[in-house]
Design a protein around this ligand. Sequence first.
Ligand code: DP6
Length: 402
Amino acid sequence: MPEDNMDKPNIVTCTAPVNIAVIKYWGKRNEELILPINSSLSVTLHQDQLKTTTTVATSRSFQEDKIWLNGKEEDITHPRLQSCLREIRRLARKRRNDRGTAVDPTCLSHKVHICSVNNFPTAAGLASSAAGFACLVYSLARVFGVEGELSGIARQGSGSACRSMYGGFVQWIMGQQDDGKDSLAQQVEPETHWPELRILVLVASAERKPIGSTSGMQTSVQTSCLLKYRAESVVPGRMVEMTEAVRRKDFPAFAELAMKDSNQFHATCLDTYPPIFYLNSVSHQVINLVHCYNRHYGETRVAYTFDAGPNAVIFTLQQHVTEFVQVVQHFFPPEINGGQFIKGLQVNHADLSEELKQNIGLEQMPKGISYIISTTAGPGPCVVEDPTQHLLGSDGLPKKTV
Ligand code: DP6
């Protein structure tokens, strides 16, 4: 490297997606390594609507590792961040020793600056830690020249993050080993597999922040015998059935399993002592709405799933999106002048029949849903080639726009 370039940072920017589990992960058998008590399966959401962007820079001139999240400097000593940094540096060192000098050997001793932003509001209550840790690990791997399996490292940031390392339909195999080496994510089918599948995130106007998943699942593991039964006797069979439903693109089978698994996860939360409530009255109304809608047509056209919060994620097929969005808008009349109600992929307008409205027969809940994000399944993490998109400037500090 020429002398005058020595202090110039080595910069990489990547993006990573959010994922939504249709067979839920809830409970760890090892807290430090983040090893789950059951396998899980998720759909990766499209990054055009929901993504994290992370820039990682290394430079000889940096004094210490630093991180900025959504414009604010955060504590780099957070144990999960440290696990990811340590593991990537360990792999980079191993590669250098195994293969000679594929990586700039000095870069390994350099400090890193990390800057990360989401393209969706944190207030939306969407699991941003999965996309965040997936993006962090993917970007660190690029900057340190590490290739190959990375989901085992993302897992150590946040369990669900390992599934955001792939696009499409992804399973996280729980593994058997105590060291976690076999607890990894794998793609079941790519994002191109089921183009008719559509996803609607119904952002509920939440009153308060629910208990975080990390501590919630700890209490569940300690107190819920339903959770133990679920992990040992229910999820193994469901993983097989769900994988099959995805492979066959069998919407009714996929939808029913997703709803039952979400309901069982929330039942384990109620079985936790003291109980944990993630669903609110809006969530319950969405559940009723979906079942009434399906009953009206005598077939499963729409499914819901809920994570550790009140927002519903709806799955349906392309041909039913327009009508179902109209149904949601009718039963949850949005705030007038409350901004755009439908974000993301365009949804056409349709008039609802009186018969459908009457058959559903539910009370309206004005302003229960703030907005809908319309999306599809999407790809895994990618590198952003355009250097103007870096979130860190050549001085290694966040650009003013971040
Ligand atoms: C309900 O991955 O956020 O969304 O491993 O402690 O970081 P930690 O938990 P996290 O838990 C996600 C729980 C869930 C279900 C799921 O995504 O499978």
